[in-house]
Design a protein around this ligand. Structure first.
Ligand SMILES: Cc1ncc(COP(=O)(O)O)c(C=O)c1O
Length: 441
C-alpha cells in the first residue's frame, strides 16, 4: 500500500494552491461566530463560512437532525421514489417563496441549481412550442457557480476565459448596475438604475426576442464584489421580461434565507421571478443542498406534456437530490431561523453593518465600499503589477494577525457575517479589517 503524506494531495478549489501549501490555513472546529484552528486559536468568522452558515456554527439541533436521519434513512433514491423529509421540506420552502412558486427541484449546490434553471428554461419553451428561445442572458460580474452552465451564464472573466467555448446562447450579459465614476462609496442600495435593465432592449434588437428564453440575475452580485441594486431596477427587469415573454431567474444562493432580511430577496423587492435558485443558507452549510423553486406556470407546462403519464417530464436530477441528511439539516435550520427571528435580526443589523463598514472610508488603499443587505464589499486598490495579490495578502493578514476568517474575490473583501452577529461582533470585524488594511503593502 502506498503511503502518501503530501499536502498537495488535496487540490483546493478557487485557491492559489502553491501559495497555500507553502503556508496552509487549517480550520478544525467551529462554534457560533467562531472557527478554531488546530492550536485552539479562535478566529472570528466574517463571512458565514462561505455565505452559508447563517445561523452560526455548530448548531446542535442541526447536528442532531442529521444524526437522526443517518440512523433512520441514510439514503433514499428520489428517481422514482420519495421520502417524507423531501416532501416536508419542499412544502416548507415553497411556503417561504413568493406566491405562485410552489414546486421545488432539489440539487446539491448552487452550481447545480444554475444548471437546473438553464435546462428547465430551455425545456419549458420546447414544451410550449417556442423552441427557438434558447438564449439565457446573464449579467456582468454575475456568479452562478463553477460548472460549465454556471460560468457561461456568469459574468466573471477569470471564471470563463480559461475554458474554451462554453454553452451556445449564454454569451450575452447585461451591464452591472454600477458606475465607478459616480457610485463609489454609495451607502445602501443605489437608485436610478433602470437604464441598466433597459440594456435588455439592446439584446432584443440584436438577437430577436424569439431567441431569448430567460434572464438570470443575483439580487446582489455577491462573489463578483457585493454590488446591490434597487427595487425599481428589478421591477423594470420583471416588466421587460413580461413584455418579451422571457423567464426571470433569481439566483438567491447567497441572498436566500435571510441575507437580505427576508426568506428571499424577491420578497424584499416585491418582484416574483419564474425560477428562484437557492443553496447555502438552506442547510446552514451543514449538509450540501440546493434547488430551484419553479413557478406553477412552468411546472404545469411540464405536467401537461403530451404522451402518457408514464413519460418522464424532465430528464434531469442527481443521485443525491433531496438527500435525507440534507433535508433533515434544512428542516432544523429553518426552525432555527424562525425561532430565533434571524431574518428580522439581519434586517435590523443591516444599518449597523452599513455604518460600521463605511467608517473605513479614507483608510489607506480603500477604493470603494458597497453594502447590500447584511453584506458589504471593501474594494482594495489593486497592485497594478499583481492584481489579486493584495486580496490574498488580506486573507493571510486577517488569519494570522487579526484572528479572523474573511472572504476575498480578487482584491475585494466581502463581509457576510452569520446572521446571529451582534453589534460588538460587527465592530470586531471592522476593527480586524482596518488592521488588515493598515498592514497591506
Ligand atoms: C449566487 C450564487 N450562485 C451559485 C453559486 C454556486 O454555489 P455552489 O458553490 O454551491 O455550487 C454561488 C456560490 O457562491 C453563488 O454565490
Amino acid at each position: 500500500m502506498r503511503q502518501i503524506n503530501d499536502i498537495s494531495s488535496f487540490w483546493l478549489p478557487f485557491t492559489p494552491n502553491r501559495a497555500f501549501n507553502a503556508e496552509p490555513r487549517l480550520l478544525t472546529r467551529a462554534e457560533g461566530m467562531y472557527f478554531y484552528d488546530e492550536t485552539g486559536r479562535k478566529l472570528l468568522d466574517a463571512c458565514a463560512g462561505l455565505w452559508c452558515c447563517n445561523a452560526g456554527h455548530g448548531r446542535k439541533p442541526i447536528a442532531d437532525a442529521i444524526a437522526k436521519a443517518a440512523h433512520e434513512l441514510d439514503f433514499a433514491p428520489t428517481f422514482q421514489f420519495s421520502h417524507p423529509g423531501a416532501l416536508a421540506l419542499s412544502q416548507r420552502i415553497a411556503a417561504l417563496a413568493p406566491e405562485g412558486l410552489d414546486h421545488v427541484f432539489f440539487v446539491n449546490s448552487g452550481s447545480e441549481a444554475a444548471d437546473t434553471a438553464l435546462k428547465v428554461a430551455r425545456a419549458y419553451f420546447q414544451k410550449i412550442g417556442q423552441g427557438s428561445r434558447f438564449r439565457v442572458i446573464g449579467r456582468e460580474k454575475g456568479y452562478h457557480g463553477s460548472t460549465i452552465a454556471g460560468i457561461a451564464m456568469g459574468g466573471i472573466g477569470n471564471n470563463r476565459k480559461h475554458f474554451g467555448p462554453l454553452i451556445p446562447g449564454t454569451d450575452d450579459h447585461l451591464p452591472l448596475p454600477y458606475d465607478a465614476a459616480t457610485m463609489r462609496f454609495t451607502r445602501g442600495e443605489p437608485q436610478n438604475l433602470e437604464k441598466y435593465a433597459d440594456a435588455l432592449e439592446g439584446l432584443v434588437a440584436l438577437h430577436g426576442a424569439e431567441t431569448i428564453a430567460a434572464v438570470i440575475v443575483e439580487p446582489f452580485a455577491g462573489s463578483g464584489g457585493v454590488y446591490g441594486a434597487s427595487k425599481s431596477y428589478f421591477q423594470r427587469l420583471r416588466a421587460l421580461c413580461d413584455k418579451y415573454g422571457f423567464l426571470l431567474i433569481f439566483d438567491e444562493v447567497i441572498t436566500g434565507f435571510g441575507r437580505m432580511g427576508h426568506a428571499f430577496a424577491a420578497e424584499r423587492y416585491g418582484v416574483t421571478p419564474d425560477i428562484l435558485n437557492f443553496a447555502k443558507g438552506v442547510s446552514n452549510g451543514a449538509a450540501p443542498m440546493g434547488g430551484s423553486i419553479v413557478s406553477n406556470k412552468i411546472y404545469d407546462a411540464f405536467m401537461a406534456g403530451s404522451g402518457g403519464t408514464h413519460n418522464i417530464e424532465l430528464f434531469h436530477g442527481h443521485t443525491y437530490s433531496a438527500h435525507p441528511l440534507a433535508c433533515a439539516a434544512a428542516m432544523a435550520t429553518l426552525d432555527i431561523y424562525r425561532d430565533e427571528g434571524l431574518f428580522e435580526h439581519a434586517l435590523k443589523m443591516e444599518k449597523v453593518l452599513e455604518d460600521a463598514v463605511h467608517s473605513l472610508k479614507g483608510t489607506r488603499l480603500v477604493a470603494d465600499i458597497r453594502n447590500a443587505g447584511f453584506a458589504a464589499g471593501i474594494e482594495i486598490e489593486s497592485d497594478p503589477k499583481a492584481p489579486g495579490r493584495r486580496g490574498l495578502d488580506a486573507i493571510k493578514l486577517a488569519f494570522h494577525e487579526q484572528d479572523m476568517v474573511i472572504r476575498v474575490g480578487g482584491d475585494t473583501i466581502a463581509l457576510s457575517p452569520p446572521l446571529i452577529a451582534s453589534e460588538s461582533d460587527i465592530a470586531k470585524i471592522i476593527d480586524g479589517v482596518r488592521g488588515v488594511l493598515e498592514r497591506l503593502t
